[in-house]
Design a protein around this ligand. Structure first.
Ligand SMILES: NC(=O)c1ccc[n+]([C@@H]2O[C@H](COP(=O)([O-])OP(=O)(O)OC[C@H]3O[C@@H](n4cnc5c(N)ncnc54)[C@H](O)[C@@H]3O)[C@@H](O)[C@H]2O)c1
Length: 253
């Protein structure tokens, strides 16, 4: 599907990878709705890319339903959903203060995995009502997993489990929605220069970059956005998780 003129939802578009995706899709001519729990971040990015901002907690059924309805009213039903919202809450299974609090594990899974599924199901319901395009296509959904889905590090139990869940639902979601002409894909980034990592001390960022075989630098969020563009445009890509990591395979810590 061509990006130009389509209505697109970008969750987590108020910062980092989501902001880069929102700007990139808007630059290609999409009408972008930026959904983020951080309403100010969403507003700022939406203003930059001539889109619309909607405050939304993706983990809440009600909040997501309201945001998608408001985006539909502004731009029409979206044919593109890019799920970039996510949180990282480190913690060992057995930490200094005892076992990892269950609510801490649950919150990460609730936002990263349940939240992504929440938007996927609601956006798919809208897409399924649209006319078909070339090849019988109605829509495309891209989730942001992580290489932590495969090589989760010590202290990343909740994050890795949530991202593995996202990777694991990619194929069954694509199979499930195939009869509606909706494709589902995931991108699994390695280390990307977003506020998630650029807040770390420079030496730590340099050490992280040195662990990447080639190129030895953090990825730029626009490199993820370019992959998302290709995923939207190439109708044969479906049900797959694509790593974008400079051949990085993370060590235990
Ligand atoms: N930065 C990396 O190196 C990296 C690597 C692999 C995967 N990822 C994944 O990419 C995605 C984007 O990460 P980023 O680095 O741009 O982080 P970021 O912190 O810059 O952006 C994440 C955005 O998600 C929003 N968000 C958080 N919880 C939300 C909720 N409940 N509802 C709606 N919005 C919510 C935040 O407000 C923020 O704007 C995340 O899913 C992250 O796990 C990042």
């Amino acid at each position: 599907m061509q990006v130009a003129t389509q209505a697109a939802l970008v969750a987590g578009g108020g910062s980092g990878i989501g902001a880069a995706v929102a700007r990139h899709l808007a630059g290609l001519g999409a009408r972008v709705a930026v959904l983020d729990v951080n309403g100010d971040g969403a507003e700022a990015v939406a203003r930059e890319c001539g889109g619309a901002a909607f405050a939304c907690d993706i983990a809440s059924a009600e909040s997501a339903e309201q945001a998608i309805a408001a985006a539909r009213a502004a731009h029409g039903a979206a044919r593109i959903l890019v799920n970039c919202a996510g949180i990282l809450a480190p913690g060992r299974i057995l930490g200094k203060d005892g076992p990892l609090p269950l609510d801490s594990f649950r919150r990460v899974v609730e936002v990263n995995l349940v939240g992504a599924f929440n938007l996927l199901r609601l956006a798919a319901a809208d897409m399924a009502q649209l006319d078909v395009l070339a090849d019988g296509e109605r829509g495309v959904i891209v989730n942001t997993s992580s290489i932590a889905a495969y090589e989760g590090q010590i202290g990343q139990i909740a994050y890795a489990a949530s991202k593995a869940g996202m990777a694991g639902m990619t194929l069954p979601a694509a199979r499930d929605l195939a009869r509606h002409g909706i494709r589902v894909l995931s991108v699994a980034p390695g280390l990307v220069a977003t506020p998630m990592l650029t807040g770390l001390p420079q030496e730590m960022q340099d050490a992280l970059a040195a662990s990447i075989p080639f190129p030895q630098r953090l990825a730029d969020p626009t490199e993820v956005a370019r992959l998302v563009q290709h995923m939207i445009e190439n109708v044969m890509l479906n049900g797959e998780v694509i790593r974008l990591d400079g051949a990085l395979r993370m060590a235990p810590k």
